[in-house]
Design a protein around this ligand. Structure first.
Ligand SMILES: [Zn+2]
Length: 247
């Protein structure tokens, strides 16, 4: 959802840990630890004092430190050079890249269960190869999304007036509730398809409930009982380039 209604306060330091506090129109305090650096973020109802928040954070200090340790241990996805033999993921499956140089339009194919073929002109730059693959990823998502919308719009009783795929640095998906528009992160083409479904359902549920409070959680449980698995897959997967949060 849009975050423009949130007021961002400067970090407060609790036992040497910087904590970002965001005041929101919610009922309960929510504490999260986010990749890639284990940033601690607290969403707090407006009526809670800084001391209330401090106590809530201190009571969960051991959990926070444990979460932060897992992020430090997590491998980062290395930058791709778009050369033969590299690993690339398509809907959660790992493929080996095979680059074929020949004259003609750039093409990308799944040759078999193990090989992702990239056909490019000789001497094409790495950036152009990358662009060709990104366009293909985008198309993979665009091929899958309509069927998912057809399945979920009637179940949730809400529909999107428009949807799109784009590169997003900090979110897997976002929506504009007034305009009923949904954006999905291009990187979802690399994750298991259940993750795409989870993000899409999450955004559609925002049309019923704008915050991530109890009602939102209850609706997610009702529509997609195992949604936490997909969320954990997205948050626990090797991080590519930037930090991700499922907003
Ligand atoms: Zn959300």
């Amino acid at each position: 959802m849009s975050t423009s209604n949130l007021i961002k306060a400067p970090d407060i330091i609790i036992r040497d840990i910087p904590v970002q506090v965001v005041r929101k129109p919610i009922k309960h305090l929510h504490l999260g630890v986010y990749p890639p650096d284990g940033q601690v973020r607290v969403s707090a109802p407006a009526h809670l004092t800084d001391d209330n928040i401090r106590l809530a954070v201190i009571s969960r200090l051991s959990w926070i430190k444990k979460q932060q340790a897992t992020f430090t241990a997590q491998p980062r996805q290395s930058a791709r050079e778009m050369v033969n033999g590299e690993s690339h993921y398509v809907f959660g499956q790992r493929y080996r890249l095979e680059v074929i140089e020949r004259r003609g339009r750039h093409e990308v194919h799944l040759k078999n269960h193990y090989t992702l073929q990239l056909l490019v002109n000789p001497d094409t730059t790495q950036a152009n190869r990358d662009r060709a693959l990104k366009a293909w990823y985008r198309q993979q998502l665009k091929d899958r999304i309509p069927a998912l919308l057809e399945k979920w719009e009637p179940l949730i009783g809400q529909s999107a007036s428009a949807w799109g795929v784009k590169k997003m640095k900090t979110k897997w998906g976002s929506c504009n509730i007034q305009q009923r528009r949904i954006w999905l992160n291009l990187e979802l083409a690399k994750k298991p398809v259940e993750c795409l479904e989870y993000v899409l359902v999450h955004e559609l549920v925002h049309f019923l409930e704008r915050t991530h409070g109890d009602r939102f959680q209850a609706l997610m449980d009702q529509f997609l009982p195992h949604w936490q698995l997909s969320r954990d897959t997205l948050n626990g997967a090797p991080l590519s380039e930037e930090k991700w949060i499922s907003e």
